[in-house]
Design a protein around this ligand. Structure first.
Ligand SMILES: Nc1nc2c(ncn2[C@@H]2O[C@H](COP(=O)(O)OP(=O)(O)OP(=O)(O)O)[C@@H](O)[C@H]2O)c(=O)[nH]1
Ligand SMILES: [Mg+2]
Length: 336
């Protein structure tokens, strides 16, 4: 199921110092295999040319593969674009890629120029001097893109974003902390859910897949730390992270724990519910009254009365009782 996240395979990015050390280190080990009686000037030219070619191709190829391995921010799905923009500055991304690409072609261009000049020198010392001059130019170009490389190296965090296929229905599971969201995902998933990360939450997001006869029928994602408290308590960046969830089209399961063993009162959970209902106003939403194995009849009746909603199921994410019925209801309602 990996591969839907456009950042899942982005390349690791070295620091400018690592890049320099790697290329210059390799070039310093170069030897020219020719009979020792050959012309020393020719030997020197060949050695310096080979060093330049080694440095330029190592650095230029690495930079090119970094640029080519990063997705075009304009063509990725808005869900991933929104998440990217919560975590990073979009203009800096575009600018960094442009600078790195410039550095790559500049180094190739310079290598051709210096190789041409070395071919025309009259003594070995001049050849070495030109090669050193080339190294100096390369170092200063790499210095120029130091910040860009640093910026791009931080993108590695994006590899762990959830992998979502937008051609398949998505069910989002919400509810206060500890109500059983991850357990619910596990209950209804055919295989072990994948564990992913989401910006500004310290908890893992689990992504499950519900298989049908023709492959994946639906995806189910939980949202720990996102839709688990009223939205008016959120700061701007958190709201942006929550807003990205709007791109997950499909149905919503909202879990309420009537036993309050999750650590949140029913009243608090209802406030979260109202907030989520408003946020996903146009979506199919089904409530799962969970922990039925623990709940008393009074707790259940009281919760149903207070919630006052037309689609409430009673379930347990511990025993996986009543969980699939909720999913089936949602899939039916969204026409799958
Ligand atoms: N008795 C009982 N315990 C449950 C039920 N569902 C979940 N739990 C327990 O409640 C605890 C929290 O469950 P999780 O599935 O991690 O809850 P969550 O909503 O994903 O929690 P966060 O990710 O922290 O928001 C775990 O110890 C579960 O075993 C249930 O239906 N009955
Ligand atoms: Mg969880």
């Amino acid at each position: 199921m990996v591969g839907f996240n456009p950042f899942s395979n982005i390349p690791g990015v070295p620091t400018s110092q690592q890049l320099i050390d790697m290329a210059f280190g390799r070039a310093s080990k170069i030897s020219i295999e020719l009979p020792s009686n050959r012309d020393p000037l020719l030997m020197a030219k060949l050695r310096e040319i080979k060093r330049i070619k080694t440095v330029s191709s190592i650095i230029s190829d690495r930079l090119k593969s970094i640029v080519n391995g990063m997705p075009n921010i304009n063509s990725i799905h808005p869900f991933y674009r929104d998440l990217f923009c919560v975590m990073f500055d979009r203009d800096s991304y575009v600018k960094s890629l442009r600078n790195v690409s410039w550095a790559s072609s500049m180094i190739m261009k310079l290598s051709k120029k210096y190789i041409r000049e070395i071919r025309g020198v009259k003594n070995p010392r001049e050849a070495a001097k030109l090669r050193r001059a080339f190294y100096g130019r390369v170092s200063s170009i790499i210095d120029d893109i130091e910040e860009d490389l640093k910026f791009l190296s931080n993108l590695i965090k994006l590899r762990r974003l959830p992998s979502i296929d937008f051609n398949i229905p998505i069910i989002v599971v919400c509810g206060a902390p500890n109500v059983g969201k991850s357990s619910f995902v596990k209950c209804v998933s055919t295989a072990e859910p994948e564990i992913a990360e989401y910006p500004f939450t310290t908890k893992n997001v689990s992504v499950g897949h519900i298989m049908g006869p023709y492959g994946v029928r639906a995806q189910i994602v939980d949202t720990p730390g996102l839709l688990d408290r009223p939205l008016n308590e959120r700061n701007k960046i958190e709201l942006q992270a929550v807003a990205a969830l709007k791109n997950l089209k499909g149905g919503i399961v909202f879990l309420i724990d009537p036993t309050e063993t999750c650590g949140y009162t029913l009243e608090y959970q209802l406030n979260v519910f109202k907030s989520v209902r408003e946020f996903f106003a146009d979506r199919i939403l089904v409530i799962g009254l969970t922990k039925m194995d623990l709940a008393s009849k009074d707790q259940i009746d009281n919760a149903i009365k207070l919630i006052n909603y037309d689609k409430i199921y009673i379930c347990s994410s511990l025993n996986c009782i009543g969980t699939m019925e909720i999913v089936e209801d949602i899939l039916r309602s969204i026409g799958v």
